[in-house]
Design a protein around this ligand. Structure first.
Ligand SMILES: C[S@@+](CC[C@H](N)C(=O)[O-])C[C@H]1O[C@@H](n2cnc3c(N)ncnc32)[C@H](O)[C@@H]1O
Length: 279
């Protein structure tokens, strides 16, 4: 097992092909990432430095995967005196990250066991990954590495439920999420679960939902490959994978093929939350 690595077998199975993840998953809109970093207190100036040592404002990303969020963050942060440290528990993702984001430091670890000193980072971010470590051990660890008043920010691209066919897929995936104990922000129980987990560590999160955007697609198969990479499909049994494929084919038939209209994009909305460290 990789060092500092307590990622689940389910995650290993779900992300067995980091290259496929990189190819079929969507990107983050730059404007949204700018907005998010602003909410997390990442400033244009160099005013926030540690009181004990001169170090740049430091952002730790947990669950960085192949670096989809890291790359946009790096672009947005150009010219700022900010250091980004990425982290990722899975060997496959960690290796792909080094290929795609060669200039950024990365450590191989899970959120529950971060090999950084106490109070050594100003901001922790988790893009499309907090559902993997929605637990007290990870929150305590994130709290430990953050400076007093540091901020923890999480965001997800969630299927846009105002589009009927996307809502239909979302409802189907929600059942699989719950079967696999994954909690996402659009689930009814999210606020209650997270609210009780962060008690005495972080403030109740502030929220922003918006930045509608989409992944352009040119075939039904491309849409299928995208959804088939979701952990609750990719990491599931062969029977569940087959059932998802059948569901998806019927859905495409009903919403597009029977009506002779093409499916040209997968619509998303961004869900963002940020928590302040309570000392
Ligand atoms: C859906 S991917 C998101 C990757 C990337 N942040 C992005 O936006 O594309 C979720 C990532 O969380 C990682 N992960 C799983 N369990 C984790 C844990 N316990 N701690 C930190 N990351 C974890 C997975 O290995 C995977 O790379």
């Amino acid at each position: 097992m990789e060092k500092g690595n307590i990622a689940s077998d389910f995650a290993r199975k779900a992300f067995a092909s980091a290259k496929n993840y990189e190819d079929v998953r969507s990107e983050y809109p730059e404007e949204a990432v700018k907005y998010f970093l602003d909410k997390l207190g990442v400033k244009d100036d160099n005013s926030r430095v540690s009181s004990t040592e001169a170090r740049p404002f430091t952002i730790l990303e947990v669950g960085c995967g192949t670096g989809k969020f890291t790359r946009v963050m790096a672009k947005v942060l150009t010219d700022k005196n900010v250091r980004v440290i990425a982290s990722e528990p899975l060997e496959s993702m960690y290796e792909q990250f080094k290929v795609f984001v060669p200039g950024t430091d990365i450590v191989q670890c899970a959120a529950e066991s971060i090999p950084l000193p106490d109070a050594s980072v100003d901001v922790v971010v988790a893009a499309q990954s907090f559902h993997w470590f929605t637990n007290r051990a990870a929150l305590e660890e994130i709290h430990r590495v953050l400076v007093p008043n540091g901020t923890f920010g999480v965001l997800w691209k969630v299927l846009d439920s105002t589009t009927p066919w996307a809502k239909h897929v979302c409802n189907h995936l929600d059942v699989l999420d719950r079967e696999n104990s994954l909690v996402f922000p659009h689930h009814e129980e999210w606020k209650e679960v997270v609210g009780s987990l962060v008690k005495s560590l972080f403030s109740f999160p502030q929220e922003y939902i918006g930045f509608e955007h989409s992944l352009e697609i040119s075939s039904y198969d491309q849409a299928y490959q995208h959804f088939a990479s979701y952990s609750v499909v990719a990491g599931n049994s062969e029977i569940k994978k087959k059932a998802f494929k059948e569901f998806f084919n019927e859905l495409m038939q009903m919403y597009f093929i029977e009506k002779s209209i093409p499916c040209t994009n997968i619509p998303f909305t961004l869900y963002m939350y940020w928590f302040h460290k309570e000392v």
